[in-house]
Design a protein around this ligand. Structure first.
Ligand code: AMP
Length: 393
């Protein structure tokens, strides 16, 4: 059975087609810069690539182009040939703790969650609505970024605010990157041949988050009501004293939009050293840039603090897992994050750490009590697998 996975954003749509019998990717592609003059569509399959440069004014036309590309590549004859379409949906709120078959009622519920994810859920819904129109006979499944974190207990997801902000406004920790944390957890579990493992998973990309996993279930995560909380990221601050916002508003007359931009777009690595791309930050630091070195130290220090606190609430760890663009590729960040953690039973093998991870690799030393893995994430495959198992095929 073929499953198409769609990740529909506000100005781009990423897609990947899987043959689920062999769990292989047949093709992947992207429709970029929707609504702009420079828009284009691209598909890659085997060692081939087709690109179409034209004005793609909306999602409807973008998704039509996607089906044309899939058909022109002789990968499918028409969209009805698909066994299912799996959609990434960022926010499932408290309503969706599992993947769900999409119908009118589900669309309404996702719409109700727009205030919690005003940038993402509307774009995800655009993709859903257009594909439901274009392929009414193909089952469509929503897979939520937040769902993996549904097992977090209330004492960990509540903020110490008046209880009404939870009841009336839905203010609580939801967590994100759930499909990635879930995927690498399953891979680590398979590798260890143990079903209910204790793990800390680190998804370190431009956005970054960690999850605490006890007996195979997520019990805490660093992102909160929004993806702004927790680790230092490319352009996001992560944790800070909330009173900084009042202070800056009063002192400099910043309004809500200024503060939103400050914390989401101009902070993190970029805020400290002027660059949000970890490869560049590493290069700058190697050339002696003191702010870049500070940014790197801050980035790994925050991670170490969370490793310690998650270890305290999980108990004995089986493994920690690095994933995401930085986690999978940045050898030096992995060293900095694990440095001096021998007292927690975490010790890297510096030679193994130098490897490129095409699949799971164990980079822990022989003495290390806790395994340290690097696992390339595959959120699209995870969405396809969850879609497949929901349909029971
Ligand atoms: P993602 O959001 O998962 O695509 O990850 C993007 C981040 O991964 C960026 O900060 C990149 O600079 C970083 N990254 C990708 N490759 C490397 C690498 N070889 N070394 C260090 N950072 C990398």
């Amino acid at each position: 059975m073929k499953i198409l996975v769609l990740n529909s954003g506000s100005s781009s749509i990423k897609f990947q087609l899987f043959e689920m019998n062999e769990k292989i990717s047949l093709a992947c592609g992207i429709i970029e810069q929707i609504g702009e003059q420079e828009s284009y569509a691209k598909i890659e399959f085997g060692d081939k690539k087709i690109e179409k440069k034209e004005v793609i004014s909306n999602h409807k036309y973008g998704l039509k182009l996607m089906s044309i590309l899939l058909i022109e590549s002789f990968i499918i004859k028409n969209l009805d040939e698909l066994g299912a379409i799996g959609h990434r949906v960022v926010h499932g709120g408290e309503k969706f703790s599992k993947p769900v078959l999409i119908n009118g009622e589900v669309i309404e519920e996702i719409e109700k969650l727009i205030p919690l994810a005003p940038l993402h859920n509307p774009a995800n819904l655009d993709g859903i609505k257009v594909t439901m129109e274009q392929s009414p006979n193909v089952p469509q499944v929503a897979v939520f970024d937040t769902a993996f974190h549904a097992t977090i207990p209330s004492y960990a997801y509540m903020y110490a605010l008046p209880y009404d902000t939870y009841v009336h406004d839905g203010v609580r920790r939801y967590g994100f990157h759930g499909t990635s944390h879930h995927f690498v957890l399953k891979e680590a579990s398979k590798y260890l041949v143990k079903e209910k493992i204790n793990a800390i998973t680190l998804h370190l990309g431009n956005g970054a988050s960690m999850a605490a996993i006890k007996d195979g279930k997520c019990i805490d995560t660093t992102m909160g009501l929004t993806p702004l909380e927790g680790l230092i990221m490319g352009t996001r601050s992560g944790d800070l004293d909330p009173a900084i916002l009042f202070y800056l508003a009063r002192k400099n007359g910043f309004n809500i939009d200024d503060l939103d931009k400050l914390l989401n777009k101009n902070s993190g690595l970029k805020g400290i050293c002027g660059n949000n791309d970890m490869r560049e930050v590493e290069k700058m630091a190697k050339k002696g840039d003191a702010k870049a070195q500070l940014a790197l130290n801050m980035f790994s220090y925050r991670i170490k603090k969370y490793i310690g606190s998650y270890n305290a609430v999980i108990g004995k760890l089986d493994c920690i897992v690095f994933t995401g663009g930085i986690g999978e590729n940045d050898i030096d960040t992995r060293v900095r994050c694990c440095e001096d953690l021998e007292h927690l039973g975490i010790e890297l093998d510096l030679i193994k750490n130098n490897q490129r991870a095409k699949e799971i690799i164990d980079i822990s030393s022989k003495k290390s009590k806790v395994k340290v893995f690097v696992i390339p994430t595959n959120e699209e495959l995870e969405i396809a697998e969850q879609t497949n198992s929901l349909l029971g095929t």
